[in-house]
Design a binder for this molecule. Structure first.
Ligand code: UD1
Ligand code: UDP
Length: 349
């Protein structure tokens, strides 16, 4: 088959890596990059760490308002699909690149395969919630990462399109962790040997676009006993006032490549985040995760006790972080050998 894999944001490159390598065996895959993320650290560095070949089509759309960004992508994607006539379009997750890819394909009657289907936060003020709901309802093949996602697809009348595949980020992690532990020198470079530290990432609009909330979170991170390493997303960087004095235990660094970042996760005491992918990676690496949100799509991680939801408005963020302990055991929420399962299904289409 001729396949379009449409990506544009950092977590989508990480989900694409194992699938793209496996698709190459039997299919002609075009990697289509919308250009939603474009900084070297957010895009090219992730491609090179994960050995993903250069995109076959790069739309270079860049940043903009929700409608401008999504609409511009759709114009470019429609043309690319019209020119290349793919048999199927694969979209990943819940970003504007996901929605633009799905809507453009649906209007040209090209079947859509959605990886990471069935996720819901039930919070429609998140652009991602709108993106994933719309994408699921116009897709022909829904690859659900977890049983909870399958249940949601069932409740929404989509079960006949759904396949429980597991989460492809498990494969990216399993294929790369040992390599990263050998290749990355980030721990030595940052003098973190024999030191406990917490790893933080934040990029959700409700946490970082409101300066009061952001500075409250920084204050709370300043109350932690250990160092806090904070690779800072470009959206968050824009919001940090240079004049603002940061707590002494906080070290802000550039967004990291995939290898350096998973090594930072691997050695962290606790992970504090509002990222979707990082909640999963914390679970996979058996790290206590504190999610600075009022709800999560990854409900099983919370139910099992490995992830604690803390409202960003809470006065006691630091106390809750310090008091959080995980159980000793884990179920296997996200599956294993996920890419193989996906390829088996794709090969039968
Ligand atoms: C996007 C996704 C979000 C995902 C996140 C992963 C949507 C609606 N949001 O959020 O679901 O969790 O990516 O990281 O699709 N910027 C740069 N350089 C870049 C990219 C962005 O400076 O390479 C800055 C720009 O000022 C831009 C802002 O970050 O306006 C936000 O970028 P955008 O892609 O719109 O949303 P994210 O917050 O990255
Ligand atoms: N990540 C990375 N470098 C960083 C921060 C995160 O490579 O500095 C990786 C991380 O390992 C995970 C993914 O980016 O695989 C998560 O992406 P992000 O938090 O941007 O988006 P989300 O998952 O919330 O959509």
């Amino acid at each position: 088959m001729k396949i379009f894999s449409i990506v544009g944001a950092r977590p989508q490159f990480i989900k694409l890596a194992p699938l793209s390598a496996a698709l190459a065996k039997n299919h002609k895959e075009y990697i289509v990059h919308t250009g939603q993320h474009y900084d070297f650290a957010m895009s090219e560095k992730i491609f090179s760490d994960l050995g993903i070949r250069k995109p076959d089509i790069h739309l270079e759309i860049g940043s903009g308002s929700q409608a401008f960004q999504t609409g511009s992508m759709m114009v470019g994607l429609e043309k690319a699909m019209f020119d290349q006539k793919p048999d199927i379009v694969i979209v990943f997750g819940d970003t504007n690149s996901t929605l633009a890819g799905a809507v453009s394909a649906a209007k040209l009657n090209i079947p859509i395969l959605h990886i990471e289907a069935g996720l819901r936060s039930y919070n429609k003020s998140m652009p991602e919630e709108i993106n994933r709901m719309a994408t699921d309802h116009i897709s022909k093949y829904l690859f659900a990462p977890t049983p909870a996602a399958m249940n949601i697809l069932n409740r929404e009348g989509l079960v006949q399109y759904a396949y429980l595949t597991g989460d492809i980020m498990v494969d990216t992690m399993n294929m790369n962790l040992d390599i990263a532990l050998k290749k990355s020198f980030i721990i030595a470079e940052m003098n973190l040997e024999n030191q406990e530290y917490n790893l933080v990432t934040l990029h959700r609009n409700y946490n970082v676009d409101n300066p009061e909330i952001l500075s409250h979170i920084f204050d709370q991170l300043g109350k932690l006993n250990e160092k806090v390493i904070f690779p800072i997303h470009p959206r968050t960087k824009k919001m940090i006032d240079n004049a603002q004095s940061l707590p002494g235990n906080l070290t802000l660094i550039e967004p990291q490549g995939y290898f350096d970042f998973i090594v930072l996760e691997y050695y962290a005491k606790k992970i504090i985040t509002d990222s979707g992918g990082i909640q999963k990676e914390a679970y996979i690496l058996k790290k206590p995760c504190i999610t600075l949100r009022t709800e999560t799509e990854w409900v099983e991680t919370v139910e099992e006790g490995w992830n604690l939801l803390v409202s960003p408005a809470s006065k006691d963020i630091a106390i809750k972080i310090m008091g959080f302990e995980t159980p000793l055991t884990q179920k296997n929420i996200f599956g294993q050998n996920v890419t193989n399962r996906m390829i088996e299904i794709i090969n039968q289409i």
